[in-house]
Design a binder for this molecule. Sequence first.
Ligand code: F6P
Length: 344
Amino acid sequence: MEKRVGVLTGGGDAPGLNAVIRAVVIKGEKLGYKIIGIKDGWRGILEKDVCELNVDKVEDIHREGGTILGTSRTNPYKVENGEQKVIENMKQLDLYALIAIGGDDTLGVANKLCKKGVKVVGVPKTIDNDLSATDICFGFDTAINRVAESIDRLHTTAESHHRVLVVEVMGRHAGWITLEGGMAGGAHVILIPEEPFDIDEVCRIIKGRKAKGKSYSIVAVAEGALPKGDTKFFAQEEGTDAFGHVKLGGVAKVLEKEIEKRTGAETRSVILGHLQRGGSPSAFDRYFATRLGLKAIQMVKDNEFGKMAALKKGELLSVSLEEAVGKMKAVSKELFGEAKVFFG
Ligand code: F6P
């Protein structure tokens, strides 16, 4: 009898999820496994909501955004007897092992389950690109391309109207999308969570541009960026999700008002939000996510449980889940220094 391996996608979706699923199914069948899709991340295991996958079902899905399995931020450790339920339901569903595709929240759950004997392999996913155990996460490349393209478009309208445009980008604690998307798009100021900003300095840069005859400016700001001395996020609403995250959003609007007041320049703001995550993955993300899927199912075959597929210095290898969820990858002062060369 062929062994049944479950695959789930948890947390915020990222372009490339379907490419991982496709690779797991196509190679999985060749290795003799039956791949079972688990719906909506950990929710599907808790509620035994699953579906059988086969090559026909996944043939072309690598070109599509989102995830055919659905996703959620369900945390089994916030559900009564959640851990026990996952373990029991895996037995009832006859699942030999699990491939969990997710960021630090999803992989954090995977890591805890591993310690209870569940056979789990992780695949790193987050458009935020903030997992330290891998050089890059799939989804990030598509996201920064979208940010750069959006900033390109903002240049023309900002210049025509002689305005300041503040563009808010995803990234709660890490500014990778803002840094790389902002530099690629040619933002004149970049504000990230790792480097608290000084609003006077931001306005000085904008006024300096005006003095040089540049009638417009683009400010790229991460949703988690904070003014110096402040520790409270610009949260959209009260409350948190099952992993304790507040819903962010609004720093661009605050900056819009402050910049207009302090510089006298007409200012507008735009929040890119989920446009950064939706839609078809870039060629890089399709290819990279495919390779991660191939690696993950090979890790199942090789009994490499409690580990995550990762890219390090160009090589695809496995790292422990403990290491994967242990530390966030932040933008260094050196890299931010490179961005600052172009401020103004
Ligand atoms: O998962 C990462 C992320 O894209 C963050 O950058 C962002 O803050 C969050 O997801 C948004 O989550 P949601 O889809 O729940 O609004």
